[in-house]
Each structure stands twice: as C-alpha cells, then as structure tokens.
Design a protein around this ligand. Sequence first.
Ligand SMILES: C[S@@+](CC[C@H](N)C(=O)[O-])C[C@H]1O[C@@H](n2cnc3c(N)ncnc32)[C@H](O)[C@@H]1O
Length: 221
Amino acid sequence: MDPTAWDGLFREGRDLYTCNHGPPGDRVYGEKLRTIGTTEYRQWDPFRSKLAALVSQGGVPPDLWTGARSALYLGGAHGTTVSHLADLLPESPIYVIEKSPTSFAPLLALSKRRSNLYPILADAQLPERYRADVGLVDLLYQDVAQRNQAAIFVENSRAVLAPRGRGIFMLKVRSVTQTRPSVAIVREARAELERAGMEVRAEVGLSPFARDHVALLTRPH
Ligand SMILES: C[S@@+](CC[C@H](N)C(=O)[O-])C[C@H]1O[C@@H](n2cnc3c(N)ncnc32)[C@H](O)[C@@H]1O
C-alpha cells in the first residue's frame, strides 16, 4: 500500500484506499477490505464516489481536506463518500445534511459506527436551521444535484464556512438545465461563486467516473 500526496489516502496499483476507522470488517457499500499488518483498508471506488473521482483525475491540489478541523457535507445520501471522508478526517466532526428520510435512515445507522459523523435531517437550502449546531467549518462539501445548487453552495458558505475555509462543489451540470451547453452552465456557476466572494482555484471534469459532473474547488478571496 503506497501513501499518496493526499493525507490519509493510499494507493495499490490504480486502486484507492482509506484506513477503516469504523468497526473492523465494516463495509458501507460492499467495498473491498484489505488488511496489512494491523491496519484495515477500505477500497474507494471512483465510479461510486465523486471525491474519489476527483483525486483520480490528477492535477488536483493535495490540500483538499488536509487540516480541516471540521466539515459540513451537503447531500449525504446513504453515506458512501462521507464514510471515506470520515476515514480521512478521523479526529474531525463531520456534519452531514440529508433531506430524504429514506436516505437518512442508513446515514443515521452509519453514524452509530463512526464516532465523527453527525447526520442532520434538513434541507440544505435552509442553512439557518442547522448553522447553530454546525458552527464554523473549515471544509464545505456539496453534492446535491439540484437546479439551484450554486445558490445552495453560496448560502452555506456564507452561513458556516470559516474565513479561510475551503469548498468542494460537485456540480451536476444536467440538473441545472437539459438544454443549454455544459460550458455555459459551468461558467455561470463559477460566476455565481465568484460574485459571492469565493475564488475558484480549480475546475475539474469528473468524466469518465461521473459523467456530467464538474468539481469546483473554492477558497475565499
Ligand atoms: C447524488 S446524491 C449524493 C451522493 C453522496 N454525496 C455520495 O457520494 O455518497 C444527492 C443527495 O442529495 C440529497 N439532496 C438533494 N437536495 C437536497 C437538499 N436541498 N438538502 C439536503 N439534501 C439534498 C438527495 O436526497 C440525495 O441523497
């Protein structure tokens, strides 16, 4: 198992792994487990997780999550990606917003097996409902696939992102509109973030792992 430029992330050949910080033998989505010495590793599938797709693309800054003392994750779904982020930041509380009660149930079950996950059943369009619980975070991650996803990212950045906080925004282009060209949609999303005072330091297409998705990496000006 080889270390990578990203804290807590390992590689074996082309496969990515995180160290399992859940109970030994715990699988979240049927992922492969590997034990080397006393460490158990969980394979991280870039076709199942956009954050793994992002690091698989190459040329991505190595400080994506390094040093984040807390994080807010919008759109937790069943916890596939969030479980790996919890491995990568084992000492940091990760607040996870999910609005679907059906997805929230497995997320809640996952949080019982991960000491740093705090799921909240809420609508990410209404950060005022959870900002008091979350406080200020160093990392904002969003993957909600909604028409107004850029506005949701801006509102949450304003509500909870610490002054030097970083953002990872997974933009699902076709959730915005089916008709206009992708480049125009990405340009408009970037402009919306920049108008809100964020610097977009990288724009990374996630194809072939997640078609129709672009990651926008932000930090404040
Ligand atoms: C593409 S899935 C997320 C997948 C997940 N990030 C992963 O990689 O494991 C999008 C999720 O966002 C949730 N969602 C959509 N709109 C939301 C909103 N306004 N507030 C909170 N969650 C939302 C959906 O219910 C769905 O579970």
